[in-house]
Design a protein around this ligand. Structure first.
Ligand code: ADP
Ligand code: MG
Length: 693
C-alpha cells in the first residue's frame, strides 16, 4: 500500500478510504464503525500462521486422528446435491493448491453453492476426517482470499476479520491496511502514569493488524500483548474520563437541602420496627450526608438479597417527606409497587394518609384523585411504576426519587423530570449484588453504599441439588411444609417456543399438571410473563394473602417479592438459570424466622450449581457468575448502559480500569491537557457530558 503523504487524524470518517463504496460504508456504519479509529480498534478474531498452512499433497500421509488443519488453495469445482435420507443440502468444494487436492463438505448452506466460484482462492480450517470418498474437511470455517496476491502476503500472519453485513472479511483486511497507511499518530492524551509502559497508538495498531513475523499468534488471539494493553487503556481511559466529567458536572449541581433536627431523628426512629443493622446505619448516614450537602445525590444502594434495602429506602423517603418535601419510589413492576406500598402503609402507621400509590391500570376516578393528591402535596410518600414519569403527573415538591430495580435509571426519565423543572436527589437500589469491578464500571458516576450484612436471626437456607429422578424427595418436602401451614414456590424456566432443546425440557404447563396431580386439593396459582398485568397482580395477591398455598412461576417472581410465610422453593431445570438469578430466587424464601429450603432439580452442570450449595454470600456468587458468563450475560439483555469495548474487557482488564479511573480523576482535578480537552470537545455529545452537567 502506497503511503499518503498527508496523514489523517484517526477521527476521520471511514468515507475517506478509497476502497469504500456506499454499500460497504453502510455495512460499517451499521456495525458502529464510523471513524478510522473505530475501524482499527475492531481487531482480527484470528491470526493464521502461513507457516502452518499444510500443502494438500502432504495431507494424505496424515494418520487419523489428524485434528484441525489449515489449508489454502484455489477452488477448482463446486458441486451441489441433496442427501437422500434427510433431504439436506450438501455443498462440495474441491480445493487445489498445486501439490494436491482436498474435498470440503458443507451441510445445509445451499447459498454456498451459488456464491462460491471456481478460481477463487480459499483459506479453510477445520477438522480433517476420513469420509467415504477419502479425506475431507467437514463444515470448515473459511475465508475467500480474492484473486491477487497483496503486499500482506509476504508476511507470516494473516489476520482474519468477521464478515460485517455485506462486507466480507477480506475487504476489511484491505480497508484496514489502507487506514493504517494513511492514519497519523495522534498526540498522546493518556496521562504519563498510564502511557509510560505502553507502546504509542499507531505502532500498537500495526502490531495487531499486521503482526511481526516473530510474534506469537496465541498471545495475539488471547489479547495478551502490550499493544492490546495500549488499546484497552485508550478505551478504558476514555470511558473513565467520561464518567469523571459527568461526576464533576453533577458535583456542581445544586440539590435541595433537606433539613434535619433532633426531633426528626426521633420521628424516624419511631418508624423502625427493628434495630438497623450496622450496614443499614452506615448506608443511611451516607444518604443523610448527601441530602444535607446542598449537592444533588446520585447514589447506588446495593446489597445482598434480604439485606434490608427497602427499610433504608423508607428512611430516606421519610427524611424528605417528614420535612415538607415529597419522595417517590419507582418499582419495576406493579406487583412490587403494590408490595412496597403495603409495606410502607404498615410501617407508617398513623401517617399512612401521606402515602399514595400510582399505577398504570388504575380506574380513571382513582387515578384523578391520585394525581390531585400528588399535585397538591398531600401525598408525600409516592409509590408507583413508570407511570410516575408520565406528563400528567405534577409534583408539588419532589425532592427524592428512589429507583428499585436492577439496572440504572435512564437519562430519559431524568429528562422527563427536568422538563417539569425538577432536579431531585436520586437513590438507585440494585436487586442483585454486583461485583466490585463491574459496579465501578457501570455505576462509576454514582456514589455507592453497600449493605454487606444481613439482619440478625437469619437462618441459612438449606440448599440442595437433586437429580430429576429424585424429584419425589423435593415434593415430599413441599408436602411437609404445606402440611405445617406454610407456603411454597415452584419455578419453571420460561421456554422460548423456538428453543431447540425444548423436547427435553418440562414447560410450565407440564409442571402445573404434575403439581395438580401430586398435590390434589392444594390451592395453586400459576404466573408467567404472558399474563395481563391485572390478572398477574390478582394471582400474586392471592398468594401474598395466603389464599393460594403453592405458587408456580417463571422468573417473574425473581425480584423482590416478599412472602414471609413461604419456606420452600423448588426450581426445575436449574441449569437453565444463572447463578445470581438462582441466588435471587433463593432469597424469596427464608424471609421469616422458620427454617427454609431451596431445592434445585437438575441433571446437568452440577459443578456450577454446587456453588449455591456451598455459599449464601451473594457477592461471591455474583463474582463466580460473572467469571463464568461474562458481563453481557450476567446482566442479561435488559442491562442498558453496559459500556461496549472493542479491545478492553471489563473482567480481564479490571486492574487497568482501576488505574484508568484514578488517572481520570486526577486529570479532571488537575485540569485536562490540551489533547484531553480536544477529545472532550469531539466526544461530549456522544458521552452526554454536556447535557448532564
Ligand atoms: P432486600 O434488600 O432484599 O430488598 P428487604 O428490604 O426486602 O431486603 O428486607 C428483607 C427482610 O428483612 C424484610 O422482611 C424486612 O422486613 C427484614 N428486615 C430489614 N431490615 C431489618 C433489620 N434491621 N432487622 C430485622 N429485619 C429486617
Ligand atoms: Mg427489595
Amino acid at each position: 500500500m502506497k503511503e499518503r503523504l498527508l496523514k489523517l487524524p484517526l477521527a476521520s470518517m471511514v468515507g475517506v478510504l478509497r476502497g469504500l463504496g456506499p454499500a460497504r460504508a453502510e455495512a460499517l456504519r451499521e456495525a458502529g464503525l464510523h471513524t478510522l479509529r473505530d475501524l482499527l480498534f475492531a481487531l482480527p478474531f484470528r491470526y493464521v500462521d502461513r507457516g502452518s498452512v499444510l500443502p494438500l499433497g502432504d495431507l494424505h500421509r496424515a494418520e487419523p486422528p489428524v485434528g484441525i488443519v489449515t489449508v489454502l488453495g484455489a477452488i477448482r469445482e463446486v458441486r451441489q446435491s441433496t442427501s437422500r435420507v434427510q433431504r439436506m443440502a450438501i455443498t462440495e468444494v474441491l480445493l487445489d493448491d498445486g501439490t494436491g487436492t482436498l474435498r470440503l463438505v458443507f451441510f445445509n448452506q445451499p447459498y454456498l453453492g451459488r456464491s462460491l466460484k471456481a478460481g477463487e482462492r480459499m483459506l479453510a480450517f477445520g477438522p480433517l476426517s476420513h469420509g467415504r470418498a477419502g479425506l475431507e474437511l467437514r463444515s470448515p470455517q473459511f475465508e475467500l482470499m480474492g484473486p491477487v496476491a497483496e503486499a500482506s502476503w509476504v508476511r507470516r500472519f494473516l489476520p482474519l476479520y468477521r464478515k460485517l453485513g455485506a462486507l466480507p472479511g477480506r475487504v476489511r483486511q484491505r480497508l484496514v491496511e489502507e487506514a493504517l497507511g494513511c492514519a497519523g499518530e495522534p498526540p498522546e492524551w493518556l496521562p504519563p502514569e498510564l502511557a509510560k509502559d505502553l507502546p504509542p497508538l499507531l505502532p500498537a495498531l500495526k502490531a495487531l493488524h499486521a503482526p511481526a513475523d516473530e510474534d506469537d499468534a496465541s498471545r495475539l488471539e488471547a489479547h495478551a500483548t502490550p499493544a492490546h494493553q495500549r488499546l484497552a487503556a485508550e478505551e478504558l481511559f476514555a470511558f473513565a474520563l467520561g464518567v469523571e466529567l459527568r461526576r464533576a458536572g453533577r458535583m456542581q449541581r445544586k440539590g435541595s437541602v433537606v433539613p434535619t433536627s433532633p426531633e426528626l431523628r426521633e420521628r424516624l426512629k419511631a418508624l423502625l420496627p427493628f434495630h438497623l443493622t450496622g450496614a443499614q446505619r452506615r448506608a443511611f448516614k451516607e444518604i443523610v450526608e448527601d441530602l444535607t450537602s446542598g449537592r444533588v445525590m446520585h447514589r447506588l444502594l446495593q446489597g445482598d438479597v434480604g439485606s434490608g434495602k427497602t427499610l433504608v429506602a423508607l428512611l430516606a423517603m421519610a427524611m424528605v417527606s417528614e420535612t415538607g418535601g415529597q419522595a417517590a419510589l419507582l418499582a419495576p413492576t406493579e406487583v412490587l409497587a403494590r408490595q412496597h406500598a403495603a409495606n410502607f402503609e404498615r410501617l407508617l402507621g398513623g401517617r399512612a394518609g401521606a402515602l399514595q400509590c400510582l399505577l398504570g391500570p388504575m380506574k380513571a376516578a382513582e387515578k384523578r384523585e391520585a394525581l390531585r393528591r400528588i399535585a397538591s402535596g398531600e401525598a408525600r410518600y409516592v409509590v408507583g411504576t413508570h407511570a410516575l414519569f408520565q406528563e400528567a403527573v405534577q409534583f408539588a415538591k419532589l425532592q427524592l426519587v428512589i429507583v428499585d430495580e436492577q439496572h440504572r435509571f435512564g437519562v430519559k426519565q431524568r429528562e422527563a423530570l427536568k422538563a417539569k423543572g425538577l432536579d431531585p436527589h436520586w437513590l438507585v437500589m440494585s436487586a442483585t449484588p454486583i461485583p466490585r469491578s463491574l459496579a465501578l464500571a457501570l455505576f462509576g458516576d454514582l456514589d455507592q453504599s453497600v449493605l454487606d450484612e444481613l439482619p440478625p436471626g437469619r437462618q441459612p437456607i438449606q440448599t440442595r441439588l437433586l437429580h430429576p429422578d429424585d424429584a419425589e424427595r423435593a415434593w415430599a418436602l413441599v408436602e411437609r411444609e404445606l402440611a405445617a401451614g406454610r407456603q411454597a414456590y415452584v419455578v419453571s424456566p420460561a421456554i422460548d417456543p423456538a428453543d431447540e432443546t425444548k423436547v427435553r425440557l418440562r414447560d410450565i404447563q407440564a409442571m402445573e399438571a404434575l403439581l395438580r396431580r401430586r398435590f390434589p386439593g392444594v390451592e395453586l396459582e400459576t404466573v408467567h410473563g404472558r399474563l395481563k398485568a391485572d390478572d398477574m397482580a390478582a394471582r400474586m395477591a392471592r398468594f401474598v394473602a395466603g389464599d393460594a398455598r403453592l405458587l408456580l412461576a417463571t422468573t417473574v417472581i425473581e425480584v423482590g417479592v416478599d412472602v414471609p410465610g413461604a419456606t420452600v422453593m423448588v426450581v426445575d431445570h436449574a441449569e437453565r438459570f444463572g447463578l445470581s438469578q438462582l441466588h435471587q430466587l433463593r432469597g424469596r424464601v427464608g424471609r421469616g424466622t422458620a427454617k427454609s429450603a431451596f431445592v434445585m432439580l437438575s441433571g446437568s452442570e452440577s459443578e456450577r450449581l454446587q456453588v449455591l450449595v456451598e455459599t449464601q454470600d451473594g457477592f461471591r456468587i455474583a463474582s463466580k457468575d460473572l467469571e463464568l458468563r461474562g458481563p453481557g450475560e450476567f446482566f442479561g439483555t435488559r442491562q442498558a448502559g453496559l459500556p461496549q469495548f472493542q479491545a478492553a474487557d471489563l473482567i480481564r482488564d479490571a486492574a487497568l480500569l482501576r488505574r484508568c479511573r484514578e488517572a481520570a480523576a486526577a486529570a479532571v482535578q488537575a485540569g485536562l491537557s490540551e489533547a484531553q480537552a480536544d477529545w472532550v470537545r469531539l466526544e461530549a455529545e456522544r458521552l452526554r457530558i454536556a447535557e448532564v452537567s
